[in-house]
Ligand binder design. Sequence first.
Ligand SMILES: Nc1ncnc2c1ncn2[C@@H]1O[C@H](COP(=O)(O)OP(=O)(O)OP(=O)(O)O)[C@@H](O)[C@H]1O
Length: 452
Amino acid sequence: MSTEKLRPLLIVEDDPALQKQLRWAFDGYETLTASDRESALVQIRRHMPAVVTMDLGLPPDADSVSEGFLLLEQILAHAPDTKVIVLTGQNDRANALRAIGLGAYDFFSKPFEVEMLGLTIDRAYHLYDLQQENMRLQQMQHPDVLSGLVTRDPELLRVCRTIEKVAVTDATVLLLGESGTGKELLARAVHESSSRRRERFVAINCAAIPDNLLESELFGYEKGAFTGAAKTTPGKIETANHGTLMLDEIGDLPHNLQAKLLRFLQERVIERIGGRQEIPIDVRIVCATHQDLRALIKEGRFREDLYYRLAEIVVNIPPLRARQGDAALLAHAFVRRFAAEQKRGSMVLREDAVRAVEAYAWPGNVRELENCIKRAVIMADGNQITREDIGLDEAPSDDVVALDLRQTRDEAEKRVVITALGRVDGNVVKAAELLGVSRPTLYDLMHRFGLK
Ligand SMILES: Nc1ncnc2c1ncn2[C@@H]1O[C@H](COP(=O)(O)OP(=O)(O)OP(=O)(O)O)[C@@H](O)[C@H]1O
C-alpha cells in the first residue's frame, strides 16, 4: 500500500448523491466535503486545500447563488492562491462569468462530464504547484527575511523553516515563548515573507493597554461615541487592513474582548465603537503570548473557541537557555553590531566573558543578552570586553561546557569502560566483547584511565 499522503481536495456540494459521486470519482485525492458555506470555511482553514470545487447554489437558499458567491469571496480572501472550480446550473453563463471575474479558476455547467472535471482539477493542482515553486524561487532571490535572526540551535532552525512555509499561506499563527525569545521578530518575518509584505505590519500589546482603552485601540471609534471622542478614529485592526496584525500577549485579552475578537475572526467585519456600519477587513493575524493558554482555558480565563481560531499554526520558540551554543553566538553578533553603531572599531569578547555568557541562564532571553552586551560595549575601556564589563559573575567551572575534544572523548570512553566492566562483574574478556574491542585494547584503556 502506498504511504504517500494524498492531497486534500475540497468538494462543496449540498446534493448528497452528487457529493458521493464526486468523492468516488476523485479518490486519487483526499476528498473533503462540505455542504454549506460555514463548514466549507472550516475545512479551508483546517486543511488549506490547493483546489476546491463548489456548487454556487448552497443552503439555506440553494436556489439562489448568494451563499456560493460569498463563499467564493471568502475562500479567495483567506487563501488567494486556491484554485476554485465553480459548478453552475444549466445555461447559467452570467454567473459563471461573474465567478471568473471574482477570481474563480474555472467553471462547469451542470450536468458535466466527470472526466473533464477531473482533468481540470489535475491541471489546477499543477498550476498551483508551479505558482508556489515560483514564489519560493522569488523568495530565494530576495534575501531571507530571517537572515537577521541568529541561531544554530536545531529546534529554532526548525521553527524558522515552519515560519517560511506558513508565511505564504494566510493561516493564523500563534507564537508561544518566554518574554524576549524573539516572538515579535518572527511575527515580522511572517509578514515580510508573505504576499502582504508591502502592506502594514501593526502590532498591539494587549497587556500594555488598560482594559477600558483596549477596545477602542483595537476596533476604533466614531466621533462622539464617548466623552473625549473628538474625531472618528480607526482602530489597529482597521489600520492593518490588507496587512498583518500582531496581537501580542493575547493571553491578557479581557473576556469581553475575547468574544468580540472571536466574532471578528468569524465574520471578518468590524464596527467601530458608536458606529453602525460594518467594515470588512482582510487581515492576517499573528498572535503571541508567554502564557500557557491551555492552562488559562482550564481556569476559564481564555475562551477555547477563540484558542482554536487563533491556533491554526502553533509555533513554540525555545528559551535561550535551551538553545545549544546560541548565547555565545548571539553575544558575538551583538558585539559586532553595537561596536559598529557606537563607532568603537572592532571589539571582541574576552574568553572569560564568553564563558560567563555561556554559564548564565538568561531568564530575560535574547532581549536581556542584547541589553547586557550593549551596556558592555559602552562600558569597556579598550577593544576587549571582559567579564566585569558584562557584569556577570565568574562562571562556575563545572557549569561551563568543556570544549576540549580530547578531554571530552576521554571522559566518555572512561565512563563506558567502567559501565561495561561493572555490568560483567569485572570480567575483562566479557567486557571487551561488550565494547567490541580486543582484550589488549581494553587493557590499554584500563591502564590509561588508571582502572584495575
Ligand atoms: N535569534 C535572534 N537573533 C537576533 N536577534 C534576536 C533574536 N531573537 C531576538 N532578537 C532580538 O531580541 C530582542 C527581543 O526580541 P522580541 O522583541 O522579538 O522578543 P519577544 O519574544 O517578542 O519579547 P516580548 O514577549 O517581551 O514582547 C529584539 O531586539 C530582537 O531583535
